[in-house]
Design a protein around this ligand. Structure first.
Ligand code: BTN
Length: 239
């Protein structure tokens, strides 16, 4: 599996993820194709949120991978590969980033990138995936949001297309590790707030807890009153 053989650049689109979904319906996209847009007018985030990004200042792109053939129980592997690829690409630019479970990319306490993966299933198999990534590059004002960008971290203007090419080359190496036993360890090593006491909120309310790891199925493992609890995405928030 490889991405980036074909890169299509659009001026403006609702969402690069939706654009790929439409191409899939028409049977008009090949595996590995990358679609980037200078502007999205209905960018999608996780948990049904919007993804806001100033036109022309950031990298907003999606890619399509066909023939994934991974069972749904193992879909977290894809999250790990994409997150670790972004972290490595940033590291190559001397920016130290961490993964705020499950797949937000943070530099210190600010978000620099977000990932939205949408699966196409056949029975219990993931047949293909659309991976959408929003990476803050040259934007410097995020209003009320606690966010950062490459420009803010490096104090220099960055060429958006070069960042995309950097990601593609790291991802094409990382995807080869999909069945490597080391992936989980690598992900744990990059987890934001792991082994630190911090505030969280679950259905019982706010509490002090400690992230200790993540299950193979992607559930977060958190110590609360010294007891391990396992959480799905919608069951826990970071405070
Ligand atoms: C998140 O952190 O909430 C995920 C954000 C994902 C944003 C990217 S931008 C490119 C692609 N197209 C979309 O509509 N969303 C993703």
């Amino acid at each position: 599996m490889k991405i980036g053989q074909k890169i299509i650049r659009l001026d403006c689109v609702d969402s690069t993820n939706n654009y790929i979904a439409n191409l899939i319906k028409e049977g008009a996209i090949s595996s590995g194709s990358v679609i980037m847009a200078d502007e999205q007018f209905a960018g999608k985030g996780q948990r049904n949120a919007q993804w806001l990004s100033s036109a022309g200042e950031n990298l907003t792109f999606s890619f399509f991978l066909d023939g994934v053939n991974l069972s749904v129980e193992r879909q977290f592997l894809l999250t790990q590969i994409v997150s670790l690829s972004i972290v490595k690409m940033l590291k190559n630019r001397e920016v130290n980033a961490e993964i705020k479970w499950p797949n937000d990319i943070y530099v210190k306490n600010k978000k620099i990138a977000g990932i939205l993966i949408e699966n196409q299933l056949r029975g219990s198999l993931i047949k293909s995936i659309i991976v959408g990534i929003g990476l803050n590059i040259n934007q410097t004002d995020f209003g009320k949001f606690s966010a950062t960008s490459l420009r803010l971290e490096k104090d220099e203007h960055c060429v958006i297309h070069d960042v995309l090419l950097g990601f593609i080359s790291v991802f094409n190496e990382k995807i080869k590790e999909i069945h490597s036993s080391n992936l989980q360890g690598e992900y744990l090593g990059k987890m934001y707030q792991r082994n630190l006491t911090a505030n969280y909120k679950d259905k019982t309310g706010e509490f002090e807890g400690e992230i200790v790891g993540v299950k193979e199925n992607g559930k977060l493992i958190l110590l609360k009153n010294n007891i391990e609890h396992h959480y799905n995405l919608k069951e826990i928030s970071f405070l």
